[in-house]
Design a protein around this ligand. Structure first.
Ligand code: CO8
Length: 303
C-alpha cells in the first residue's frame, strides 16, 4: 500500500530532457562580439558530491564548483542525474543540499550561459534549468537546503525548491530573486515558487525591486525558516531531517503533492512556450547589453 501511495504521489515528470524540441532553428551566435569575457574552462571533475547514509536514509548533496557554484549546463545536468538516482533509490528518504565553498551556497544561473550564446544553446540551457526545478520541487524525498553562504537568483530558486531552509546566521550572506537588478525577469514558475513560500505581497516587493535579503531579513519574511551559527548549518539540517522523516513518507508525499502539484503542472503544460519565451527574451540585444553591464559590474567590484 505504501508503495502504491508512494508511486501515486510521484508527480510524473521523468525522462524529460530529451522529449522537448526547441523552436528556434537559427544557428547564429548572439550579439556583443566586442566583449570577450573569458569563458571558464569546463572541468571534468565532479561539480556535485553525494553521500548517502544508509542507516538514516539521508543523502547530503554538496555543490563543489568553484568559484561560486554557478548553475551552468554541465552543473545542472550533473545535479539532475544525481537527483534522479537518489529519487529511484528507495533507501533514500531525505536530501540535504549544501555547498563546500566558503561564503557561497550558489550564485544562481551561470550568466555566461546566457551571454553571447546561440538560441539553440540558450534553449538547451533553459530546459536544464526547468528540469532542475521540476525534479527538486516535485521530489518525493524530504528536502532541506542548508544554506551556508549567499544564494542569489537561481541559488534562491534552488533553496525555495526545498521543503525547508536553514541559513547561516551571517548578515553578510544574502538570498533572493534579484533578476530585475540584472535587467531580466524571473519567469512565472520562479514567481509562483516565491509566492508559495513568502506570500503574494512579500513576493511582489521582492521581485519588482529584485531584493536580496540579508540572512536576518530573509528570516523575517519567511524566505528561510531558521538561522543558526555557520558551523551548525549542516548538523541542524541533519537534526531537522530526522523530524521530517518521523512523518510517514506516503502521508508527507501526498500532502506535498497537494501543495505543489498545481504549480508544477503549470510549467509542465507550458514548457515549450516557456523555453521559446526565454530564448527570444535573453537573445535580445538590449538584454544582452544588460547582462554585459552586470558582468562588468561583477568584475569591477573585485578591482
Ligand atoms: N555566473 C557566472 N559567473 C559568476 C556568477 C554567475 N551567476 N556570479 C559570480 N560569478 C563570477 C564573478 O564574475 C567572478 O569571476 P572572476 O573571478 O572571473 O572575476 C567569480 O565568479 C567570483 O565572483 P565574486 O568575486 O563576486 O565572488 P564573491 O565571493 O565576492 O561573491 C556572490 C559571491 C555573492 C555570489 C557574487 O558573485 C554575486 O553576487 N554574483 C552574482 C549573482 C547573481 O546576480 N546571479 C544571477 C544569475 S541569473 C539567475 O540565476 C536567474 C536568471 C533567470 C533568467 C530569467 C530570464 C528570462
Amino acid at each position: 500500500m505504501a508503495n502504491v501511495l508512494r508511486n501515486s504521489a510521484k508527480f510524473g515528470f521523468s525522462g524529460v530532457l530529451s522529449q522537448l524540441s526547441i523552436h528556434s532553428r537559427h544557428g547564429r551566435e548572439c550579439v556583443s562580439p566586442c566583449f570577450s569575457l573569458q569563458q571558464r574552462n569546463s572541468s571534468t571533475s565532479p561539480k556535485i558530491k553525494v553521500d548517502l547514509d544508509n542507516s538514516t536514509g539521508v543523502a547530503v548533496l554538496r555543490m563543489q564548483s568553484p568559484p561560486v557554484n554557478s548553475l551552468s549546463l554541465d552543473f545542472l545536468t550533473e545535479f539532475c542525474i544525481n537527483l534522479e538516482k537518489l529519487e529511484m533509490d528507495k533507501s533514500c528518504r531525505g536530501l540535504i543540499i549544501t555547498s563546500t565553498l566558503s561564503k557561497v551556497f550558489s550564485a544562481g544561473l551561470d550568466i555566461m550561459e546566457m551571454y553571447g550564446k546561440s538560441p539553440e544553446r540558450c534553449g538547451e540551457f533553459w530546459k536544464a534549468v526547468q528540469e532542475m526545478w521540476l525534479k527538486l520541487y516535485g521530489s518525493n524525498m524530504a528536502t532541506i537546503a542548508a544554506i551556508n553562504g549567499s544564494s542569489p537568483a537561481g541559488g534562491c530558486l534552488m533553496s525555495i525548491g526545498c521543503d525547508y531552509r536553514i541559513m547561516a546566521d551571517n548578515p553578510r550572506y544574502s538570498i533572493g530573486l534579484n533578476e530585475t537588478q540584472l535587467g531580466i525577469v524571473a519567469p512565472f514558475w520562479f514567481k509562483d515558487t516565491l509566492v508559495n513560500t513568502v506570500g503574494n505581497r512579500a513576493a511582489e516587493l521582492s521581485l519588482e525591486l529584485g531584493l536580496l535579503y540579508s540572512a536576518p531579513d530573509a528570516l523575517k519574511i519567511g524566505l528561510v525558516d531558521q538561522l543558526v551559527p555557520e558551523d551548525q548549518v549542516l548538523s541542524t539540517a541533519q537534526d531537522t531531517m530526522s523530524k521530517w522523516l518521523a512523518v510517514p513518507d506516503h502521508a508527507r508525499q501526498i500532502t506535498k503533492s497537494m501543495m505543489r502539484k498545481q504549480t508544477i503542472d503549470k510549467l509542465l503544460s507550458n514548457r515549450e512556450a516557456d523555453i521559446t519565451n526565454f530564448v527570444s527574451f535573453i537573445t535580445k540585444d538590449s538584454i544582452q547589453r544588460s547582462l554585459r553591464m552586470y558582468l562588468e559590474m561583477l568584475k569591477s567590484r573585485k578591482a
